[in-house]
Design a protein around this ligand. Structure first.
Ligand SMILES: NC(=O)C1=CN([C@@H]2O[C@H](COP(=O)(O)OP(=O)(O)OC[C@H]3O[C@@H](n4cnc5c(N)ncnc54)[C@H](O)[C@@H]3O)[C@@H](O)[C@H]2O)C=CC1
Ligand SMILES: O=C(O)[C@@H]1CCC=N1
Length: 269
């Protein structure tokens, strides 16, 4: 039997997921969305043909609720949903930091909750969604979650204790690569290249490197060594990266993201 899925909160990640589900073959008639503004609801209807409803209506009508509001808005949303969510629903949260316990405590006793940390490459079906079961979620609930998120990229099950780390690496991960591309494009400009050309060169280097990382099975050190000729250009650059503590900066950055995810756990931010 076809299930109805509602996406509650259709900002950047909610819309990315919605668009991916439609590409993956979900019928707009089996999807619902909720949005705070009526213009946004209209926009989503025009783009995807999906119906917008209120949060309580979504809770009543949908078998699966995907919560994609900010962690700071989660408490309020759950208060709104609680009277309408029965324990035969599946609640999937995509919010950073928010624990399954936080959600379970606010909903009908026994409601299955799955925590997922997706990332924006779901927009191009290259997402990574890290999945953990709450205390009432069964293997079947995890499989359903994997079917939804697997349509827009890869999925990985982890114990919930690893979700804050996964958020730092994977949920936020694409942003670090965009930051690097931006910085390296600036470097290209300093070296005298037109911006558009610098951008294209760095983006293609990133794509080539990413495909080699994924497909060669080689360790990144091996791949880097293959680029690094004796007394050549690459080692001169690597020395500067090490001098400027880029490795330590990345470790500290991801630790900060992990810590922020932990802070968001209260839902107050
Ligand atoms: N942006 C990203 O790359 C990722 C975001 N997330 C998580 O997804 C959630 C949303 O993040 P973004 O999409 O970046 O934020 P966003 O601000 O773009 O989207 C949040 C949306 O929720 C709506 N909203 C808030 N309260 C609502 C309510 N009561 N009813 C209906 N809609 C409501 C807002 O109007 C907004 O459109 C956050 O919890 C974040 O941690 C998870 C993985 C990746
Ligand atoms: O920055 C954030 O809090 C969200 C969660 C992971 C990616 N974006």
């Amino acid at each position: 039997m076809t299930q109805t899925v509602a996406v509650l909160g259709t900002g950047k990640i909610g819309e990315a997921l919605l668009s991916g589900m439609i590409r993956a073959g979900w019928r707009p008639a089996d999807l619902l969305v909720t949005a705070r503004r009526s213009e946004r609801a209209q926009e989503l209807h025009t783009r995807y043909g999906v119906e917008s409803v209120s949060n309580p209506e979504a809770a009543k009508a949908a078998d699966i609720l995907i919560l994609a509001v900010k962690p700071q808005d989660m408490g309020k949303l759950l208060d709104e949903l609680a009277p309408h969510v029965t324990a035969d629903r599946l609640v999937i949260s995509a919010a950073a930091g928010i624990t399954t316990t936080f959600i379970e405590e606010r909903l009908t006793q026994g409601t299955p909750v799955v925590r997922v940390m997706p990332n924006t490459p779901v927009l191009v079906d290259e997402g990574m969604s890290v999945i953990s079961a709450g205390s009432h979620a069964t293997g079947a609930h995890l499989t359903t979650t994997e079917e939804i998120f697997g349509g827009v990229g890869k999925t990985l099950r982890v114990p919930e204790s690893q979700q804050d780390a996964a958020t730092a690496l994977s949920g936020s991960g694409p942003a670090y690569f965009y930051f690097l591309v931006e910085a390296m494009t600036d470097a290209g400009i300093l070296l005298g290249l037109p911006r558009a050309q610098a951008h294209d060169l760095i983006v293609q280097a990133a794509i080539g490197a990413a495909v080699m990382l994924r497909d060669s099975g080689e360790h990144p050190v091996k791949l880097r060594e293959a680029v690094t000729s004796p007394a050549g250009t690459t080692i001169s650059a690597i020395r500067e990266l090490e001098n400027h503590g880029v490795r330590a900066a990345l470790i500290a950055a991801l630790e900060a993201a992990r810590d922020r995810s932990r802070e968001l756990a209260s839902g107050n931010g």
